[in-house]
Design a protein around this ligand. Structure first.
Ligand SMILES: [Cu+2]
Length: 317
């Protein structure tokens, strides 16, 4: 096996690039999300008085390659494999992790254009190197997210850019829709994320026109939802509402999540659910509309799933 090269090492055509902004058409003001979160005191621009502290006083997950002393470091790997380590506050690779959502490490990847999403679970070697069959399916600018809790530390989501050389074809973000199909399943989405608030999103799974009522637990729930923000790929916390065996949560056809989005804008949702012994991923584009919490905005999209305008107590003046 190859010896491991350090930061920035080139591994069989895989270049890891840190902190670079890419000039491929859609660079969003990189200061926007961080600066917004950094303001103290007053409400963040579009948010009303019920702004959730957790949303406004923290930078969204996945935007940092290094946080609280922990650093995500891709390392050289043989062809077909993706490998990385997490450097700890002492400068050495972290080797002890807590289990969260059934696993010690969740690796999520997506291209910068939000295509190619994969969620995989690498294996940990004793030296702190995580390895997995590469989820990077083809050329492009990818973002890799490591979602983990170091033993003795706080939960972290670190992100790093990874380039897979080759012909790039940027894909347009699919339009918002309230229904999609995957592997013969139809999944519908009800609910619209609202900036600065926790919003329920309910996904309903059917197959051949019949509701699926025997979803299988996956990662401690009947579904696992990741949301990425268009433009910077901020990785958002989405929590399932209820867990298998709690006496009230049924194995479908509906799975409900509580989503917190920090800003208006477009997001891509990726629902992993398990049925028939396999994990399937349904994808949706949703638009979080500032108007939904602040009042009407001319021309604001109010697309799918019954956005609720005029929430009590949300006047803005
Ligand atoms: Cu996972």
């Amino acid at each position: 096996m190859n010896t491991v090269t350090r930061l920035g090492g080139f591994a069989l055509g895989l270049a890891a690039v840190f902190g670079a902004a890419y000039g491929i058409g859609r660079v969003v003001d990189p200061a926007a999300p961080a600066a917004q979160s950094g303001h103290d005191g007053g409400a963040v621009h579009t948010s009303g008085p019920t702004t959730h502290d957790e949303v406004t006083d923290r930078v969204p997950g996945g935007l940092l390659v290094s946080d609280r002393g922990y650093t995500l470091v891709p390392v050289a790997a043989p062809a077909g494999e993706f490998a990385f380590r997490v450097g700890g506050p002492d400068g050495r690779p972290v080797t002890r992790y807590d289990v969260a959502h059934d696993r010690r490490m969740h690796l999520i990847v997506a291209r910068r254009d939000l295509s190619g999403f994969r969620h995989v679970h690498p294996d940990l070697a004793p030296d702190g190197t995580w390895r997995v069959d590469t989820p990077l399916a083809g050329p492009g600018q990818w973002r890799a997210f490591a979602d983990f809790t170091p033993t003795g530390g706080e939960p972290l989501i670190l992100g790093v850019d990874v380039t897979v050389p080759g012909e790039l074809t940027e894909r347009p973000l699919p339009a918002p829709a309230s229904s999609t199909t995957v592997d013969g399943y139809t999944v519908t989405l009800a609910g619209t994320p609202q900036p600065g608030r926790t919003s329920p999103l309910t996904l309903t799974v059917s197959r051949d026109g019949r509701p699926v009522t025997d979803l299988e637990p996956y990662l401690g729930a009947y579904g696992h939802l990741v949301a990425l923000r268009r433009g910077d790929l901020a990785y958002l916390h989405v929590h399932p509402d209820g867990t298998p065996g709690d006496g009230r949560t049924r194995p479908g056809p509906q799975v409900t999540f509580l989503a917190e989005v920090p800003s208006a804008g477009s997001y891509r949702l990726y629902l992993d659910f398990r049925h028939g012994g396999r994990v399937h991923t349904a994808e949706f584009t949703v638009v979080a509309d500032a108007a939904a919490t602040g009042g009407p905005t001319p021309g604001g999209p109010s697309s799918t799933g019954g956005a609720e305008h005029g929430t009590p107590g949300h006047g803005h003046n």
